[in-house]
Design a binder for this molecule. Structure first.
Ligand SMILES: Cc1ncc(COP(=O)(O)O)c(C=O)c1O
Length: 380
């Protein structure tokens, strides 16, 4: 019999839609958050050289020292924050890093504060660890940015972690320093730890990006190579642990992960050395696509009434269409051949929306715009 713990984990609706969309021909894919570009050539060269050089075995679980040093140097360069490389554990993508971080914090019955909407995996991980989810509500009218006072109201004696995500999936909201600092203070006063998911750092289109490490050392920070460098399938990420937690994360990593792929870690060092102008071009491309997709969503009459400032997602407000966000996603796929993710994946407060990813080219965005336009005309 499948365990209760495993049964408590619902499927990832974005992945379910992808599976169904892949069974059909001629689908425009706006459902998954996967960059459509390759990392710089130097990253391929580093991976191939390392692979040919025989770096195909395990590494130490916490990751190669040169990669951990390069990650630490990036915090210094980009944010002026000193991070001891001993606090960094390299992981195969940030997802297992998130599970390990929460596993070192959450005992059964502990509360974890998320925002609503939130990234789909957060509550699944909390429930998997027999923790209890509490949520801070976000509102489109406030750009889906949290009010610090709501955190104050939501934490309690059993709170062990507060999870923040900026730039955010699915809303694209970017949190300013004042908000991050306020969350750090609430966590400190509640004797809880912040878990800051910074996987979309580098993909903001105007708003300044701040790392939680500027405000507190008592934070887990998750980041990686998937989004910024177009390296989703390379599976490489990292955890910065608060002082005193890195050894616990490392012990779990030794058993669960053994190590991130050896030669991919060398590619990671090359990725971190990428010229800033390369990333600036990527950002310009995304900014153009975001504006195009926002125009299309407004033309459909599904305007979400706020401007996403980062990551690569736009929410479309489908509360005026018949059925749930799952029904609307079905309708878009079956009747228009456009795959989108139901908001239901991201919490109750996202259930009036479907999420569209603009990590795809402008021709695909235009085609989706035409198809949905026709469908909505047909529906009257
Ligand atoms: C907010 C957020 N965190 C983490 C991840 C996981 O990324 P990866 O495991 O590829 O690093 C994703 C992927 O979509 C995400 O959107």
């Amino acid at each position: 019999m499948v365990s209760e713990r495993a049964r408590s984990v619902d499927s990832f609706l974005a992945m379910d839609v992808l599976e169904r969309a892949n069974e059909r021909e001629d689908v425009v894919h706006l459902e998954v958050g996967e960059p459509d570009f390759d990392p710089p050539e130097a990253v391929f060269d580093a991976a191939v050289d390392s692979l040919r050089g025989g770096n195909t075995g395990y590494t130490v679980a916490r990751g190669k020292p040169e990669l951990r040093r390069a990650i630490a140097a990036r915090y210094d360069r980009d944010y002026g924050v000193a991070v001891d490389p001993d606090r960094i554990v390299v992981t195969p993508g940030s997802s297992p890093g998130l599970l390990l971080a929460l596993a070192t914090l959450v005992d059964p019955g502990d509360e974890v504060v998320l925002t609503d909407p939130h990234y789909a995996s957060y509550p699944k991980f909390v429930r998997f660890l027999n923790g209890v989810v509490r949520t801070v509500p976000l509102r489109a009218s406030e750009g889906f940015r949290p009010r610090a006072a709501e955190y104050d109201r939501t934490v309690g004696p059993d709170t062990s972690a507060l999870v923040v995500n900026s730039p955010a999936n699915p809303t694209g909201a970017v949190l300013d320093g004042e908000t991050l600092g306020a969350v750090a203070s609430v966590a400190d006063a509640a004797d809880a730890t912040v878990v800051s998911d910074e996987i979309y750092h580098g993909l903001s289109y105007g708003a300044a990006e701040r790392t939680m490490l500027e405000f507190t050392d008592e934070a887990f920070v998750l980041d990686g190579f998937s989004k910024r460098y177009g390296m989703t399938g390379w599976r490489l990420g990292w955890v910065v642990a608060p002082p005193g937690y890195a050894e616990a994360v490392n012990r779990l990593a030794q058993h669960v992960l053994i190590s991130a792929p050896n030669f991919v870690q060398d590619a990671g060092v090359a990725a971190l050395a990428t010229d800033e102008s390369w990333l600036a071009d990527v950002r310009d491309t995304y900014r153009r696509r975001r504006d195009r997709l926002l125009d299309a969503v407004a033309d459909w009459g599904l305007d979400p009434d706020y401007a996403p400032e980062g990551a690569y997602y736009v929410l479309a407000d489908v509360s005026g269409l018949p059925g749930s966000s799952v029904d609307v996603a079905d309708l878009f796929l079956e009747e228009a051949g456009v795959a989108v993710t139901p908001g239901a994946d991201f919490g109750e407060r996202a259930s009036d929306y479907v999420r569209l990813s603009y990590a795809t080219d402008e021709a695909a965005i235009d085609e989706a715009a035409t198809r949905i336009d026709r469908l909505l005309d047909r529906l009257g």
